[in-house]
Design a protein. Sequence first.
Length: 226
Amino acid sequence: MGDDLYANHPLCQLIAETYRQFFIFVCKPESHTNLYEWIDFLGQTHSLEKVTHRHWNGKHGEIWQYRFAQQVPLRSGKDAFLVNWFELVITHEETGAILFQNSFVTNHTMTVTTVVPLAQVGRTRWKIENENNNTLKTKGYHLEHNFGHGQQDLANILATLNMLAFLIHTIQEIIEPAYSRLRLALGARQTFFNDLRALTRYMVFDSWDDLFLFMEEGLELAPEPP
């Protein structure tokens, strides 16, 4: 998965033909004018396939309309790589206001059955961005685009340690009840990290269990019964 920058002929061809893998890339009209000339023509001739669903979001109805076309050229030229294009537009059922709109290209098989899960996968990139990348950058891990440290492998080592820490913390939140209770009670992830740093700087605990128990007692959290 990737944004519009990745939807180019050399990369898509490399992924599909050399590595024999699948891709789903955002594809914007302003950067793919030739492709969207094809899409406009297919739309005018009623050749675009469509799927429409209604969803209730808890407050109002939404109309989810999918459009897709198969084997359209990604760029101009006779040797242009052919892709399958699809679009999702979500509108407010009552007002008609557009709530979401995005389009993608892929080498996955495109049918009325597959377009819905493919659009879901395409939108999941933002979920990954928000819940993974932004957390590492802004929630206490201090991951940057470029650490700027070292002359060989130090930056890669620091980035790997960041991601390893995030993985371990995620596992802890899933399987360790005390960890989950403390995270929930303290709210912000950075607050939890700052408390850990302060406590372990001035006190020595025999184990993580003892540290978590000390924190739970200080916050007056009731531990789960054995």
